[in-house]
Design a protein around this ligand. Structure first.
Ligand SMILES: NC(=O)c1ccc[n+]([C@@H]2O[C@H](COP(=O)([O-])OP(=O)(O)OC[C@H]3O[C@@H](n4cnc5c(N)ncnc54)[C@H](OP(=O)(O)O)[C@@H]3O)[C@@H](O)[C@H]2O)c1
Length: 296
């Protein structure tokens, strides 16, 4: 069964390639150069050429802060583009799994968000993703919301903390936002498992097991570096979001309830279990450790 991944060069796209390769699954990952979701002609041409049984849409405008000043570009990809893809898939009988985000919620909940809770995005990125969900659902696609994706590479949180800790930089991390870190490879495996069965309609939440804060995640990364990579005891200073100075507002509470996807037999992995492996890979990618212990 052939699966096509859009946004194939992104964080999730790379995880999908890795996981499908490991499982011997027939997966074709295409980047924006071949399939720009905002271009209906490119979408149609590539779906006709590749003729997959399912598409996983990992393409997105993900620059949360930049989106505040770049509304048109965010909506072109996350809302209009998602709609083009969903309708083109529907017209060809191709199942679509579309990835969305906890940013569709306002973060004022006091219990984990259910799939059917009202969306109320705080920022432009969340609004564009919420509009994309509507377009995908209208065309019969499936929406899988996730949160706090992490992997070893790129501009992500784990490599940033690894690099800063190994360089002896002061670590100041937001401690008043709560969510569920999700290993990108775990999400990839879940999406591949959903793609291989009759399309479950509607919205699903998939997020790593266990809630924490960004500070809690940074502490776990530092613990791994200390336990396995020779990092000297290193403090992680908790700070409020206001002290970080993000441009876009973000949900303070972004914990997603995952009972619905669990009922399909798709059980989210624990983020704490995954972090050791990801830190090891990020450390290798960061190169030889600079030892700051002898500096004044
Ligand atoms: N990262 C998170 O913490 C997080 C949390 C919750 C949900 N999500 C969702 O998870 C999904 C995957 O995110 P990610 O972390 O893998 O993001 P990512 O690393 O930014 O990857 C997104 C990919 O989409 C591509 N893209 C952008 N515009 C496109 C277009 N018009 N047509 C085709 N491809 C396009 C990007 O290519 P360029 O590099 O060329 O722009 C990039 O390769 C997204 O739907 C995101 O909203 C992410």
């Amino acid at each position: 069964m052939k699966v096509v991944v859009t946004g194939g060069h992104g964080q999730l796209g790379r995880s999908l390639v890795r996981r499908a390769g490991g499982a011997g699954q027939d997966l074709v990952a295409v980047g924006r150069d071949l399939l720009d979701v905002a271009d209906p002609a490119a979408v149609a041409a590539q779906l006709d050429r590749l003729a997959p049984a399912a598409v996983i849409n990992a393409a997105a405008y993900t620059a949360v802060d930049r989106a505040e000043h770049d509304r048109g570009a965010a909506f072109a990809v996350n809302a209009v583009g998602a709609g083009h893809l969903a309708r083109a898939c529907a017209a060809r009988g191709i199942a679509l799994l579309h990835v969305s985000t906890d940013h569709v919620f306002d973060g004022r909940a006091t219990r984990p968000y259910l799939e059917d809770d009202a969306v109320a995005p705080l920022g432009v990125y969340g609004a564009s993703k919420a509009a994309g969900e509507v377009a995908v659902l209208a065309a019969g696609g499936t929406v899988v919301r996730t949160s706090w994706l992490f992997a070893e590479g790129g501009r992500g949180f784990v490599p940033a903390i690894v690099r800063a800790a190994l360089a002896g930089e002061r670590l100041r991390v937001v401690a008043d936002r709560h969510g569920c870190p999700t290993w990108s490879d775990d999400l990839a495996e879940a999406l591949l498992s959903l793609a291989a069965r009759p399309a479950p309609a509607g919205v699903y939440h998939y997020a790593g097991d266990g809630a924490t804060t960004w500070h809690g995640l940074a502490v776990a990364i530092v613990e791994e570096l200390q336990a396995h990579h020779g990092l000297a005891p290193t403090a992680v200073e908790p700070i409020p979001s206001a002290a970080w100075g993000s441009i876009a507002p973000r949900p303070a509470y972004a914990v997603l309830d995952t009972a619905r996807i669990r009922a399909l037999g798709v059980v989210p992995g624990g983020w704490r279990r995954a972090i050791g492996r990801v830190v090891t890979r990020a450390t290798a990618a960061a190169g030889p450790r600079r030892d700051h212990s002898s500096e004044p």
